[in-house]
Ligand binder design. Structure first.
Ligand code: NAP
Length: 308
């Protein structure tokens, strides 16, 4: 039986791994579907303390992983589908494996939210619809693209895409960006970025080759619809917590975020089960706050194991 199993390898999970490994707990980290978490799909991270010139998100996560490995963290690649937290031994099951642990830290993060409009699924991936400019931006060199959303992610994606694309249209459902002031200003001032305010994408339109040829948009104030020609649609409208496998086992809110106990950000209703990062935080959602929660969860785990 493991001392502690950590679910997730984003900032939260790997920080928890560093701390529990340094406490000689030999944590087993289950990597899940997106090793390294959301930062691996980010370009430049400018607000992580200690990097005055910014740091590439993928590189940062590689370094954090190296740090966790150095102290004895073990990794396995698997996807947990169900849990049983009813006894002293916590049981986690994937399609092929059963894991047992004295304690668990859930840091499964969140996945990109999609629009749910016609054409989106059909053209997802190589045919024009994507949620990752860092991964796919270079495929759209000298082409017109759209980005959907008004938060920091949408602005970051739009700004990143200006390196490759001839024109970037940012489609936002309101007439004001949600993004931080600095990101909003950079976006609004960029000569390659055009804003389409108060608008939603109604469908993604396919060309004869089955690839995206444009989007149908609707002005939410006037109701007027129009077509916009573009080869790529980059969706950046927030995230959904990866907690489906916990339903019925831990309290989740309406959006699926784990609800921690009232006296702590990382304690769950089940003794010995802790949480950290974007699967439990819909307020701050920063790399540094996820890392902080990972640290808290690890310290809680260490103390709980010492007491029991
Ligand atoms: P977010 O802040 O929740 O913004 C999501 C955006 O998508 C909002 O503008 C929202 O519109 C829009 N939206 C949501 N559902 C929609 C739908 N169904 N159709 C159309 N638009 C929709 O998410 P985020 O931008 O991914 O940022 C998440 C967190 O990460 C934030 O705390 C952010 O500060 C942080 N972050 C930071 C950085 C950075 O500092 N460099 C970079 C990326 C992310 P409304 O505005 O109308 O709600």
């Amino acid at each position: 039986m493991e001392n502690v199993i950590i679910l997730g390898t984003g900032c939260a999970g790997l920080t928890a791994a560093i701390y529990t490994a340094r406490a000689n707990l030999e944590p087993l980290v289950i990597e899940g579907g997106q090793p390294g978490g959301q930062l691996t799909t980010t370009s430049e991270v400018e607000n992580f303390p200690g990097f005055p010139q910014g740091v590439d998100g993928f590189m940062l996560m590689q370094q954090v992983r190296e740090q966790a490995t150095r102290f004895g963290t073990r990794y396995t690649n698997d996807l947990i589908e169900s849990v049983n937290f009813s006894g002293d031994v916590k049981v986690l099951k994937s399609s092929s494996q059963t894991y047992e642990a004295k304690s668990v830290i859930i840091a499964t993060g969140a996945s990109p939210r999609l629009l749910g409009v016609p054409g989106e699924q059909e053209m997802f991936g190589g045919k024009g619809v994507t949620t990752c400019a860092t991964c796919d931006g270079a495929f759209y060199r000298d082409m017109d693209v759209v980005v959907v959303g008004g938060g920091d992610s949408a602005c970051e994606e739009a700004l990143f895409l200006t390196r490759f694309c001839s024109k970037v249209t940012l489609i936002h459902r309101r007439d004001e960006l949600r993004a931080s002031k600095i990101m909003a200003e950079r976006t609004l001032e960029h000569e390659k970025i055009e804003l389409l305010w108060d608008s939603a994408i109604e469908s993604v339109l396919a060309g004869d080759d089955g690839k995206c040829r444009g989007v149908q948009t609707k002005n939410l104030k006037t109701g007027q619809t129009s077509e916009l020609t573009c080869k790529g649609v980059f969706i950046a409208i927030g995230h959904i917590p990866n907690t489906g496998f916990l339903e019925g086992h831990l309290p989740l809110d309406d959006l699926g975020y784990i609800i921690p106990e009232s006296n702590s950000m990382v304690r769950t209703r089940i003794p010995g089960v802790y949480t950290a990062g974007d699967c439990a935080d819909h307020v701050y959602r920063q790399a540094i706050t996820a890392a902080g929660m990972g640290c808290q969860a690890a310290i809680e785990t260490e103390r709980w194991l010492a007491e029991h």
